[in-house]
Design a protein around this ligand. Structure first.
Ligand code: GUN
Length: 284
């Protein structure tokens, strides 16, 4: 069997078209345009690329955006001050602090300072709590994007076993919650899981968000399973790959996300969707 590809780039493109259309409607009615503020502390090259792309995405759909590029020596106090100003700025609907922040800054304190109404990452404890209670909220972009891709691929959840490998705040934990809320029976595997193989072998839906290659063996994939690879790595020749060995995984899976062109573009699209949702809720 060769798995069908779940085309994240195409799905993201469709969503961006819808958001662009919504912005055009606002503009035609003379209404304010949604705006995103992105904060980067330090000069990590990968983070600089992510921030630049997020701003390009905003420009593509017609959102306003501001980038606050702060030196690595910025104090926590200065960062919290900036967040306070952005919380009070009515032209800003979403605030995103690119992670990781330098070690002298406490990530949780920073996340909690962002107004939950502008928390377009969906990382604020208030929004995480609302998600766990199945209440409408701003949802973490990567898992939200994956659920969107699964829904669009016709996936069903009730009576199905979903295994999530990785338990990070950004990917694994909220992913497991999303799948649980959708009706799946969910297993979360993490660094203390002794024997990963049986959990992978019994998964109808497998989400791998480890951040390392070679932890999950593609030979373990249940034939016909739906496989989502959240990893993103650049090998020595410059080729971008996921956490899984793709060729083998594709031979076993029924549907699979490629890397690149799977989860990544959908995550970026969900940030724009969240910014539009935050805008809409704030207008009420
Ligand atoms: N760093 C890696 N992924 C993310 C993300 O989704 N949001 C933020 N703010 N930082 C990140």
């Amino acid at each position: 069997m060769t798995a069908a590809l779940i085309d994240g780039k195409a799905e993201a493109g469709l969503l961006l078209d819808e958001i662009t259309h919504a912005v055009e409607n606002l503009r035609a009615k003379g209404q304010r345009i949604p705006g995103l503020a992105v904060i980067l502390v330090g000069e990590d090259p990968a983070s600089q690329i992510y921030v630049r792309k997020k701003r390009e995405d905003c420009a593509q759909v017609g959102f306003t955006s501001q980038a606050h590029l702060l030196s690595a020596q910025t104090t926590q106090h200065e960062l919290l001050d900036l967040i306070d100003r952005l919380n009070a700025d009515d032209t800003v609907d979403g605030i995103l602090v690119q992670l990781p922040v330098p070690q002298h800054i406490d990530t949780e304190t920073v996340i909690e300072r962002i107004s939950p109404t502008k928390d377009v990452d969906g990382f604020h404890p208030y929004n995480v709590g609302r998600l766990s209670l199945r209440l409408p909220t701003l949802r973490p972009c990567t898992p939200y994007g994956i659920i969107h891709l699964l829904d669009r691929a016709g996936e069903t959840y009730k009576g199905r076993h979903a295994t999530v490998v990785g338990a990070s705040n950004i990917v694994g934990r909220p992913m497991a919650l999303e799948l649980l809320l959708a009706g799946a029976t969910v297993t979360i595997c993490h660094r203390f899981t002794r024997n990963l193989r049986p959990y992978v072998e019994s998964a109808d839906i497998l989400v791998v968000g480890v951040g390392k290659r070679g932890i999950v063996n593609s030979d373990w994939i249940k034939p016909g399973a739906t496989v989502i690879d959240v990893g993103m790595h650049r090998d020595k020749s410059g080729r971008v790959t996921g956490d899984l060995e793709f060729a083998t995984a594709r031979e076993r899976a029924g549907k699979i996300t490629p890397v690149p062109g799977g989860v990544g573009p959908m995550t970026r699209a969900m940030l724009l969707q969240n910014t539009l949702s935050a805008y809409t809720r704030r207008q009420r």
